[in-house]
Design a protein around this ligand. Structure first.
Ligand code: TEU
Length: 605
């Protein structure tokens, strides 16, 4: 072999060995972490997982049509892997006319054309599994699209075999009692269909007729479809508006106090748990998968019925108490200009922790595709505070006793785009509410101002990969405008900066996963009435950690709520400012917390 070639080979070998080295290190670290978990009762992989939610439309476009797609996600799996997350939840990827961005499905076993093909899906699932990442899909089974063959048949005639797949109200019975729909231009959930002179029910958009779960054939169709995906190897489902599947199908007159509160008055019907138990028996229990319900309307009192192991239904649910905080009562998603009460915030998350302290298991999230960006809503997106408050909120999400559902883009500190005009919105909720208010002669300026904070499109703007045109998301025209901040807030820039929001997120994921105290440790709220600082302890065996979060833009003197015992010290594990490096001891007296400072320390002897 010529000398030059020999040298090249040796160098290549060395390089390969170097590349392998961190893997060995990783393995050692994983082994050390898994030793720490030994003997903890009730362990489950989905309790220890960090879930990363990807909105496929906005993640990465591979073919230049301006819409994210499956091949795009496939090309970015190494990025997802680099985050250290365990599970990806993908919003609906099924065939759909996209009236509600995939929450209106026209074929449950087909892939949305704009997202790719079944072969792309298979490749994506394989790519994830090769990297040890699990894939959770979105089950949208309360309603389908009106373009689904079932509905096309159902509306064709009153005696069509598919007629009872949906809820129909024959016009000769008179007008059905009013029911409210968020996504309808008239706000009505009953739509008249002249072909069969009947009204059909749609709690969401007109193109989203509600499926009739009372019909056992419908249930079988849905369970078969779930098994179809499980057999392909998917690792679970997030279940869209699942409390809505059972309804009082006599559709009684609602009491005057109803006021459109659809969750209280027409979700959680009489057969809900019977259907979920059947689903468990027919599909879920046969696989090692995870399930999480969109727990709209679920309260701490009713939550156990969904998730306790002995119920044989689901495993987790996410509640709306947290994200519902701070809205002005009686108005459509207008946040209180005075902000929200941190004491109330603490009370909500503490209450949900205690709900599952003995039985069941919780979830935690601050953002998703139905919410604005977490930093805008719960932190502070002003230039001076966007980074520290993003990191502080990340610290919160990854240090609570609950499975974190982390929304893509939050790891970069992406913030609300705050559109000025209705023309820029794409979301059916904002567009139809605007039309409705306009029809009624309401205050559109006020409505649009509110939407700058609360609109769902704020959380749906394309992901920011780099500082090139369209942030590296697409070579075409993005389906929704990009946040102009992408020039600096993007993966490429943040990967290079050790102090970035992105690198902080990765460190927090690692810290959580390698310290079971952050996953399973008992939670105890400290100093509950402090209006500015959220502090809590996590305790597992004889290990005790404390998390201190300044939720304000001001410095705060903080007296650590847990007094030191004889010979005890506070050793820093993590912080979002460089003032306290991991491994250093905190001073014994008060702490001066910087704006949005987050600090995790461990009590040591
Ligand atoms: O959301 C359910 C739901 O109740 C939403 O209407 C939510 O409360 C609303 O966005 C708040 O303004 C699920 C999906 O997550 C959502 O994206 C769908 O639009 C909806 O169901 C219909 O499928």
């Amino acid at each position: 072999m010529p000398v030059r070639l020999l040298i090249t080979c040796c160098l290549a070998g060395l390089l390969a060995a170097c590349k392998l080295m961190p893997k060995e290190e990783d393995k050692k670290e994983e082994k050390k972490a898994s030793d720490k978990y030994a003997g903890i009762p009730g362990r489950k992989w989905w309790k220890e997982a960090v879930v990363y939610q990807v909105y496929p439309r906005s993640f990465k476009d591979s073919d230049g049509d301006g819409v994210g797609d499956l091949k795009g996600i496939l090309s970015k799996l190494d990025y997802i892997k680099s985050l250290g997350v365990d599970v990806v939840w993908l919003n609906p990827i099924f065939a759909s006319p996209n009236d509600d961005n995939g929450y209106d499905i026209s074929d449950y076993e087909g892939i949305m054309t704009a997202f790719g093909t079944m072969a792309d899906f298979d490749a994506l699932l394989k790519g994830m599994h090769e990297r040890g990442i699990k894939l959770v899909l979105d089950l949208v089974a309360n309603h389908s699209s009106d373009e689904h063959n079932w509905f096309k048949q159902s509306r064709a005639s009153r005696n069509n075999p598919y007629r009872h797949y949906y809820h129909w109200w024959p016009a000769e019975k008179g007008k059905p009692d009013p029911r409210f729909s968020f996504f309808d231009v008239d706000g009505s959930a009953w739509k008249y269909d002249s072909t069969t002179k009947s009204y059909y029910l749609h709690y969401f958009g007109r193109k989203q007729p509600d499926l009739n779960w009372e019909n056992p054939v419908v249930r079988t169709e849905i369970f078969n479809m779930m098994n179809f995906w499980f057999k392909k190897g998917v690792d679970g489902f997030r279940m869209d508006v699942i409390p809505f599947i059972s309804k009082d199908t006599s559709f009684p007159t609602l009491p005057a106090r109803y006021h459109g509160d659809f969750v209280r008055y027409y979700a959680n019907g009489p057969h809900l748990h019977e259907y979920l138990q059947q689903m468990n028996k027919e599909a879920l229990r046969n696989y090692d998968i995870m399930t999480v319900a969109e727990g709209i309307g679920v309260t701490p009192a009713t939550a156990h019925d969904f998730v306790d192991e002995d119920r044989n239904e689901l495993q987790m649910l996410y509640h709306f108490d947290g994200v519902g905080l701070g809205y002005l009562p009686g108005q459509f998603k207008q946040v209180d200009p005075k902000g929200y009460s941190l004491v109330a915030f603490k009370e909500i998350y503490s209450r949900w922790d205690s709900t599952f302290a003995q039985k069941g298991w919780g979830t935690i999230y601050l953002g998703n595709h139905d919410q604005p960006r977490m930093v805008t809503r719960w932190g502070n997106d002003a230039p001076a505070f966007r980074e520290p408050s993003s990191k502080m909120l990340t610290t919160f999400l990854l240090s609570m006793r609950a499975t974190p559902y982390y929304y893509f883009g939050d790891e970069l500190g992406m913030s609300n785009i705050k559109f000025d005009s209705i023309q820029e919105y794409r979301d059916i909720e904002t567009l139809n509410m605007y039309r409705k208010i306009k029809k009624e002669g309401g205050d559109l300026v006020y409505f649009l101002k509110g939407q700058q904070i609360s609109a769902r499109d704020n959380g749906r703007t394309p992901f920011q990969w780099d500082s090139t045109e369209h942030a590296g998301f697409t070579s075409g025209m993005p389906w929704l405008k990009l946040h102009p901040g992408y020039k600096t807030v993007n993966v490429a820039a943040e990967e290079k900066d050790p102090a970035s929001v992105l690198n902080y997120f990765k460190k927090m994921v690692r810290l959580r996963k390698s310290n079971p105290v952050l996953v399973y440790g008992k939670y105890q709220l400290i100093d509950k009435d402090n209006p500015s600082v959220y502090a809590y302890a996590r305790t597992l065996g004889n290990e005790q950690w404390v998390i201190v979060l300044n939720f304000t833009s001001l410095g705060q003197y903080y007296t650590p709520g847990l007094p030191l015992k004889q010979g005890e010290k506070r050793m820093v594990q993590m912080g979002n400012y460089s003032s306290y490096a991991p491994g250093t001891m905190l001073p014994e007296g008060n702490l001066l917390l910087k704006p949005y400072e987050a600090l995790i320390y461990k009590m040591i002897k």
